[in-house]
Design a protein around this ligand. Structure first.
Ligand code: ASP
Length: 304
């Protein structure tokens, strides 16, 4: 691999990009999705604008979408074959490659905040199931009844799944990547996973390198789509390798999605940001809600 550009010291222009999951086009309710993405971008950018860290910005952006019932993360997560909720999330900061992740958690409203707690603990990288819940209590995060996270829409989708063993892949996983003034890149991803998944299944959104990766000398990535395919090709990390080689975020995003489709044998999408704050995204599915904000453009852009 040819060496990429070295990151010069000095302040950066902050930037954030957010996605709301690659999947089928629901046909209706796009305005609701746009409102959610816009709110997430604004919440994340507000952190960057006041000189805050990119780690905080991506956490705040993802929390907005975890709280929004239309997205497949936090409240509004899809259901397992057993009709239960099991959520995965991960977060990474690219200066020291600090990362934290949780998988198969059912009783926290904001899994991304729990993932950040794992990162801040600097003891482990990934906690799952009951152990993750116990750690949440240790951090003082209140227990949330899983029923509070289950929406009528997801109950109906589960019933349809039980009848047909297949429903249109709906997407709705959420993620964010940000660059702060200090030149630090962070990335975060949160999901309820795939509709009708087996209890205990863990997808790419909890796997550092597959669903999420950040390296402040190159950039940051958040992925969405078929988790098994994404893990197979270690998509987020591979996308950064393409970015380093090509020095072109748009190109890197598209080549990475070709990799997901051709070698991973799945479909999905990703967003990325390079160390200079240039963004890229690509998807192989009909829709992936995205939005971003930089100081140059004024308000958030939500072009979908
Ligand atoms: N990647 C997620 C998973 O496999 C699902 C998605 O992005 O829609 O759990």
């Amino acid at each position: 691999m040819t060496p990429g550009p070295t990151r010069p010291a000095g302040p950066r222009v902050p930037c954030i990009i957010v996605h709301g999951g690659a999947g089928a086009d629901p046909g209706e309710g796009r305005e609701e999705l746009r409102d959610g993405i816009r709110a997430a971008v604004v919440a994340g950018f507000a952190v960057l604008e006041r000189g805050g860290r990119s780690l905080e910005a991506v956490e705040q952006a993802v929390r907005v979408l975890e709280d929004h019932p239309r997205f497949n993360a936090g409240r509004g997560s899809v259901l397992t074959e057993a009709g239960t909720i099991e959520m995965d999330a991960s977060i990474m900061e690219g200066d020291r490659l600090d990362c934290g992740a949780v998988a198969a958690v059912a009783d926290v409203a904001n899994p991304i905040t729990l993932a950040r707690g794992v990162l801040e603990s600097r003891r482990h990288v990934l906690l799952v199931g009951d152990g993750a819940s116990a750690f949440a209590r240790r951090l003082g995060m209140p227990a949330c009844a899983p029923e509070q996270l289950i929406t009528d829409r997801r109950r109906a989708q589960h019933a349809e799944w039980m009848r047909k063993q297949a429903v249109p892949a709906g997407g709705g996983t959420v993620g964010a990547v940000a660059l702060d003034r200090h030149g630090t890149i962070a990335a975060a991803t949160s999901t309820g996973g795939m509709v009708g998944k087996l209890p205990g299944r863990v997808g790419d959104s909890a796997v550092i390198g597959a669903g999420t990766y950040a390296d402040s000398t190159i950039g940051g990535v958040s992925c969405t789509g078929d988790g098994e395919a994404t893990i197979r090709v270690v998509l987020a990390r591979r996308a950064l390798e393409y970015l380093k080689e090509a020095d072109d975020p748009h190109y890197a995003a598209h080549v990475a999605i070709d990799l997901l489709v051709d070698e991973g044998r799945g479909s999905g999408g990703l967003i990325l940001l390079d160390w200079r704050g240039r963004l890229g995204y690509a998807q192989s599915t009909p829709l992936m809600p995205v939005g971003w904000m930089t100081p140059a453009r004024g308000g958030p852009e939500v072009p979908f």
